[in-house]
Design a protein around this ligand. Structure first.
Ligand code: F6R
Length: 609
């Protein structure tokens, strides 16, 4: 939810910190701050609002240094104020923190008794005082950090500097991602590689319980027992271009338009294999998937809707029972475990706390067959899973998920087909047909993208509305849900989705001339049923905005507007029908003038409950 960056170099690191924070801003954008060490002092600049405001303040103060840390915040403990913004400080120690310290109240009481005064309402400030407390006892910065984190319950990624030790920063990780970037005579730390990619792509992913010391000359990593450990170096494939807007107005628009490429890249392994094989999901694919008797999907938000589409596919194609559950619900209920079930977590970020905790809970119940569908390599959820399918969407910066969703669907479709094959329900002919359908998918998605001008015209009519209904049936019902979520989160129009057949059981009461009703109506076996549901809306004066396939016989009429997506693409139709609802939300938000990429109150990776 928050972003961390730190740098030590023999040049001014302030531009590195600010550039990094701008790239991390999508993770949280309530306030931002930096702390640098220079002339034996800690200098802090903190501002509520966007990084640009903090940057202006740092410029005005002519802040420069060769060692510093920075943070973008998404408020959890304590409101959006400058006092609550990171870095937090205690007597010459400054630190930035992602995560939540669960025992902060006890620690605060204890530290107050020790004479520490608190300036903020955050859980983070206790860590600064705790480290200072151990420095006072004679420990050095690294040892004080190692000692302090043993007293913290909860999740943290920390980067700490001290005016007394201007030659190094120290960092710690538990439950939140943190990586070290390796440069030439300069080194970095970040919660996300995008923050430092302008300086280096050589990274070390810290593991749970690790601490590290970062100097200009090198990096030393220590395991949870404080003994030195070796961690592998990786070369990140995140490119600078993928983090820049290019010709687009917003990252969301860019990411919507990247979908043919993202889907193509995600498909590559399947097309190369020309088969649905367990190996697509990892080395242990055959071992884990063999004998699977059912599937339990766990996820949040848009990823949950991807799972909801997958349920239709998995049951229809493989014949295996499949349940989908919101991770934050599953983790707190007494679930019945079946070790023959495959537990599938879906997460763009790979960091979502509720999904991670649901996975841990499933494992604690005896579920050993685990698969993660994820977009961020080496993130926590895939690392905790036996199998992984990495979507290759590339960095998703817009807070509203778009290309992650459609690429998740590709991975989930491959899973449905693979399970079907393992259960003798996919003959060679059908397998070849599915692969052919996948091969054509990027082209069909591109055709749907070409509808943008027509959809933008519809968006102008949506912009003044206060409410909207989305309807779909069968495998397209989750697409209606996704359309409603996209619209509400970026345009702030209240939108709800229903299975079209459910309308008459209550929501029809809402329909009047002011309520636009969006219908996903592809040319599938349910089209006639959907048409009857549309009549119910029309009869109450509701205005219909229908997305249907080019080859369906559905015609526009009074109060019924129609946009035709490409020819019906069969089983992959939900992927193609996602594009128009994304574009509708985007253009409606644009007309309303909202902050499309950073909608109010939200953040990208939700690492808190
Ligand atoms: C909506 C959206 C969120 C995420 C949800 C899960 O546009 O982006 O609903 O889908 O927070 O995030 P991940 O997929 O990272 O676990």
């Amino acid at each position: 939810m928050c972003g961390i960056v730190g740098a030590i170099a023999d040049r001014d690191v302030v531009p590195v910190l600010i550039d990094g924070l701008k790239r991390l801003e999508y993770r949280g954008y309530d306030s931002a701050g930096i702390a640098v060490i220079g002339d034996g002092e800690v200098r802090r600049v903190r501002r509520t609002g966007r990084v640009a405001e903090m940057e202006a303040a740092a410029r005005a103060d002519n802040v420069q240094a060769t060692l510093g840390i920075g943070h973008t915040r998404w408020a959890t403990h304590g409101g959006v104020t400058e006092a609550n913004a990171h870095p937090h400080a205690s007597h010459g120690v400054a630190l930035v923190h992602n995560g939540i310290i669960e025992n902060h109240e006890q620690q605060r009481e204890r530290l107050q008794q020790l004479g520490y005064a608190f300036e903020s309402q955050t859980d983070t400030e206790v860590i600064a005082h705790l480290i200072h407390h151990y420095l006072k006892d004679g420990l050095d910065l690294l040892a004080a950090l190692q000692r302090a984190v043993k007293e913290l319950h909860g999740a943290y990624a920390l980067a700490v500097v001290s005016r007394k030790e201007p030659h190094r920063m120290v960092v710690a990780r538990m439950g939140c991602p943190l990586l070290v970037g390796l440069g030439e005579g300069e080194n970095f730390v970040a919660s996300d590689v995008s923050a430092i990619v302008q300086a280096t792509r050589r990274v070390i992913f810290l593991e749970e319980g690790d601490t590290a010391e970062i100097t200009r000359a090198g990096v030393r990593v220590f395991g949870a027992d404080d003994a030195p450990v070796e961690r592998d170096e990786h070369l990140s494939d995140v490119s600078l271009a993928s983090l820049e807007l290019g010709p687009y107005r917003h990252f969301m628009q860019k990411e919507i338009h990247e979908q043919p490429r993202a889907i193509g890249d995600t498909l590559e392994a399947i097309i190369d294999a020309n088969a649905f094989e367990p190996a697509l999901f990892g080395r242990d694919g055959a071992q884990v998937l063999d004998g699977v008797e059912g599937v339990q999907i766990l996820a949040c938000g848009t990823s949950f809707y991807a799972g909801s589409v997958a349920r239709y596919w998995i049951e229809a194609i493989s014949g295996l029972p499949c349940s989908v559950e919101i991770a934050s619900e599953y983790r707190y209920r007494q679930a019945v475990a079946n070790p023959k079930q495959l537990v599938v977590t879906i997460s763009q970020s790979g960091e979502t706390l509720d999904t991670m905790e649901a996975l841990k809970y499933a494992k604690s119940l005896g579920h050993d067959r685990t698969l993660s569908i994820c977009n961020v390599p080496e993130s926590a959820i895939p690392r905790a899973s036996r199998l992984v399918f990495y979507t290759r969407a590339g960095a998703e910066i817009g807070v509203a998920s778009t290309k992650a969703f459609t690429t998740q669907l590709v991975g989930l479709f491959a899973l449905a087909a693979t399970l079907a094959k393992l259960h003798g329900r996919l003959d060679a002919e059908r397998e070849a047909a599915y692969i052919e359908d996948l091969r054509h998918l990027p082209g069909s998605v591109q055709h749907a993208l070409n509808l943008e001008p027509q959809i933008a015209l519809w968006a102008e009519r949506f912009a003044p509305k206060h409410h909207a209904l989305f309807l779909g049936r069968g495998v397209h019902y989750p697409i209606a849900l996704e359309g409603a979520l996209k619209l509400k989160e970026i345009s702030y129009i209240h939108a709800e989705a229903y299975p079209a057949g459910e309308l008459k059981h209550g929501p029809l009461a809402l329909v009047d001339a002011d309520m636009p009703v969006v219908v996903i109506a592809p040319k599938d076996g349910l089209l006639e049923k959907v048409k009857s549901n549309m009549q119910e809306v029309r009869a109450r004066g509701g205005e219909l905005f229908v997305f249907t396939d080019a080859d369906s016989n559905f015609e526009a009429s009074e109060g019924v507007h129609v946009i035709r997506t490409p020819r019906h693409v069969g089983v992959l139709s939900p992927i193609v029908h996602t594009i128009p609802v994304q574009l509708l939300a985007y253009h409606t938000a644009l007309s309303r003038g909202t902050d499309v990429d950073k909608p109010r109150n939200l953040a990208k990776a939700v690492t808190v409950e």
